[in-house]
Design a protein around this ligand. Structure first.
Ligand SMILES: NC(=O)c1ccc[n+]([C@@H]2O[C@H](COP(=O)([O-])OP(=O)(O)OC[C@H]3O[C@@H](n4cnc5c(N)ncnc54)[C@H](OP(=O)(O)O)[C@@H]3O)[C@@H](O)[C@H]2O)c1
Length: 340
């Protein structure tokens, strides 16, 4: 696959992994989670992203139970040699209760999941296949063993893991090279810097930070999810975005706003530049995947890759994460943090 058409610089995901533009695109919100979507604008955003040099596109079986894979499929097929498509297995929605999710790494399920993703995306091979969540009932070596078989069978090109701990990443990498770890990393969520980030650096694994804009909160576009967002918006059930936590957390954005104003940038750009630079401090290849459905925001986000924050600005942003009120998930068993 060639990824040389780019205005963005590129980086390589892991040893021998694909080269991609240093910012990717999270596609989840195009189908689910963050309120109604203007589908024509979302499709135009996919095309526009590629024109800007964004080559990594992120989806999952989970997102709308396959709807998001189907949504991006025509775009992926139209640009098969230019884009790197990443999808994931491991979180299953309950048919009876839409709020209930179960985690599975059971081998039989993984084998069914890959066939579903290949079919919905309409491709012969997934470029980057992630374990979305770790099922603690299945040894990680066994899970990666099954994923390695998918590589051997030509169904998958490269492997990734989402929300794993440092020790889990090391154990997995010993079974088969891991190209990327996808975990939440932002000005508000820095728990991975303790164990996962050092392990990734030691192993030469790239980091793909998800929710680098704190699911939109860091852009200042909403404060109280319950009061301001539509009924079906996933952020309404997230502890950081409602009630007293939301008000306290909004106040933490003050230094971000100050830096943005002084630079003539936006809060989103400062938040994204921070992730990029934080990874550089740790000596990691990094490809944040901010999610947007709008061309104007895509341009804004890509523009962040040209911002270099000063030491003074980084110091002003440093204390924020330590003061955030509320967990990053209502059910923290969905995060790696508790297993370290
Ligand atoms: N591995 C995992 O467990 C996991 C978990 C969550 C997400 N993800 C992946 O990571 C991707 C990104 O994460 P995310 O979408 O949760 O959060 P995010 O990128 O932090 O934020 C997305 C939200 O910010 C808004 N936004 C984007 N750019 C903006 C800008 N410049 N100004 C103002 N608002 C802006 C988007 O709205 P518009 O769309 O309306 O612009 C959307 O509501 C997802 O799409 C998904 O592929 C993975």
């Amino acid at each position: 696959m060639s990824t040389d058409r780019t205005t963005l610089p590129t980086t390589v995901l892991g040893t021998g992994g694909p080269a991609v533009g240093i910012q990717g695109l999270g596609c989840m919100g195009m189908s689910v989670a963050y309120g109604p979507t203007d589908e024509a604008e979302a499709r135009a955003t996919l095309e526009h992203a590629l024109e800007q040099g964004v080559t990594l596109y992120d989806t999952a079986e989970l997102y709308g139970e396959g709807e998001n894979e189907k949504f991006i499929a025509p775009f992926v097929r139209a640009h098969r040699d230019e884009v790197v498509v990443a999808t994931k297995f491991g979180i299953i929605l309950d048919n009876d209760d839409p709020l209930k999710r179960t985690i599975s790494n059971e081998p039989g399920y993984i084998r069914r999941a890959i066939e579903g993703s290949l079919r919905r995306l309409g491709v012969e091979r997934i470029d980057l296949y992630y374990m979305h969540r770790r099922d603690v009932n299945v040894p990680i070596e066994e899970t990666v063993g099954v994923m390695a078989e998918l590589v051997a069978e030509g169904k998958v090109a490269h492997l990734g893991l989402s929300e794993v701990t440092g020790p889990e990443l090391r154990a997995a990498h010993a079974v088969h090279p891991i190209a990327a770890v996808q975990s939440e990393w932002s000005l508000f969520s820095r728990d991975i810097e303790a164990g996962v980030v050092p392990a990734a650096r030691d192993l030469g694994v790239a980091l793909v930070p998800y929710s680098p804009l704190g699911r939109g909160f860091l852009t200042g576009s909403f404060t109280d999810a319950e009061k301001e967002l539509t009924k079906e918006d996933y952020r309404r059930v997230q502890p950081r975005f409602t009630g007293e936590n939301a008000a306290a957390n909004a106040a933490l954005l003050e230094p971000v706003r100050r830096i943005a104003e002084a630079r003539g940038a936006t809060l989103a750009q400062v938040a994204l530049a921070w992730v990029q630079q934080r990874a550089a401090v740790h000596g990691l290849a990094v490809v944040p995947i901010p999610g947007t459905r709008k061309r104007s925001r895509l341009d804004e986000n890509v523009g962040a890759t040209r911002i270099e924050l000063t030491e003074e600005e980084l110091a002003a942003l440093e204390p924020i994460a330590g003061k955030v009120a509320g967990d990053r998930y209502a059910d923290m068993s969905f995060a790696s943090a508790g297993r370290e």
